[in-house]
Design a protein around this ligand. Structure first.
Ligand code: HEC
Length: 133
């Protein structure tokens, strides 16, 4: 009796943990990329939150290829420097690289479409603030 009570309270805490983790993950979106881009341009990006996205979110992170300071890595611009596009490219173009990925000459940037629209707006705001000077 005692052990089945313990078992059921353990089950309850597992269920609670499972619920907590699903609520913190952004809901998968059924919107098309062009609908998402339109929405992203209407959002206000938060550069501080965007720094966290840039450095930690998705796997691998933006920083693991483009470096924390945005100077890029790999020989011959394999993973490119982000200063010039951050400065010159409009928000929807930068967001498009993130949602679609980029087929580079030497390497492919994987699309980061599991990020929420707000996270994309935030990381674009961060790139413009930190690298686009
Ligand atoms: C696995 C490595 C990798 C990851 C992770 C990655 N990128 Fe890239 N990124 C690339 C490659 C490769 C290219 C294309 C290079 C080329 O054009 O030759 C690229 C291109 C870009 C460009 C366009 C650069 C230009 O010169 O026009 C931007 C902007 C960019 N990435 C931002 C990001 C952001 C923001 C993230 C995170 C949300 C990210 N990248 C994650 C590898 C990566």
């Amino acid at each position: 009796m005692k052990s089945s009570l313990l078992a059921s309270s353990l089950m309850t805490s597992f269920a609670l943990v499972a619920c907590a983790s699903t609520t913190s993950t952004p809901a998968p979106t059924t919107a098309t990329v062009s609908e998402r881009l339109l929405n992203i341009t209407k959002l206000t990006g938060n550069a501080t939150a965007g720094k966290t996205v840039y450095e930690t979110s998705s796997s691998p992170s933006c920083a693991s290829c483009h470096k924390s300071d945005g100077t890029g890595s790999g020989a011959d611009g394999l993973f490119p420097e982000l200063a010039e596009p951050s400065k010159n490219d409009p928000v929807d173009e930068l967001a498009g690289y993130i949602l679609n990925g980029v087929a580079g000459k030497k390497a492919q940037m994987p699309k980061q479409s599991s990020l929420s629209d707000q996270q994309v707006a935030d990381v674009v705001a961060y790139m413009k603030q930190a690298f686009g000077k």
